[in-house]
Design a protein around this ligand. Structure first.
Ligand code: FES
Length: 153
């Protein structure tokens, strides 16, 4: 059994400790905003925040998360729309949308750590967009970074 806080709610998972967090979230908690992509830490579709830092949920076993705080796309903005989501809408980033939750979680975590990220930091994001919306994603990052509202969940 593993206890953690998911989107502000205490959760007790009665699952094999080797279960990837991705499957616990999607299958046991019905938090399907976190996407299954490559299952090998290569695409970023499964990105969530663990204790405030971006993490690939396909590659983290729940047994290692006793007492951790997990935030998914569903819990990113407790009251309204997160500034990264607002920037996403303003720049009309979405194409197929599959990578979107992972990108938004990764960017939100990046901006929490580095409010004005460098090109190298942005390029280091592990997320992939198969539609190739990278120019609009970069515009959304710049817009969110320059937003006057603090970039916090
Ligand atoms: Fe986790 Fe691709 S599904 S990185």
């Amino acid at each position: 059994m593993t206890r953690m806080i998911v989107n502000g709610e205490p959760i007790l998972y009665k699952l094999d400790p080797e279960t990837p967090l991705l499957f616990a979230l999607r299958d046991a908690s019905n938090l399907t905003g976190t996407k299954y992509g490559c299952d090998s830490a290569d695409c970023g579709a499964c990105t969530v925040m663990i204790d405030g830092k971006a993490a690939l949920s396909c590659s983290v076993s729940i047994g290692s998360l006793e007492g951790a705080t997990v935030t998914t796309i569903e819990g990113l903005a407790a009251n309204g729309t997160h500034p990264v989501q607002q920037a996403w809408l303003a720049e009309q980033v979405t194409m197929c949308g599959y990578c979107e939750p992972g990108f938004i979680m990764a960017i939100a975590a990046l901006l929490q750590a580095s409010p004005n990220p460098s090109d190298d930091q942005i390029a280091a994001l592990p997320n992939i967009c198969r539609c190739g919306a990278y120019p609009r994603i970069r515009k959304a990052i710049a817009r969110a970074a320059s937003a006057s509202a603090p970039v916090r969940p």
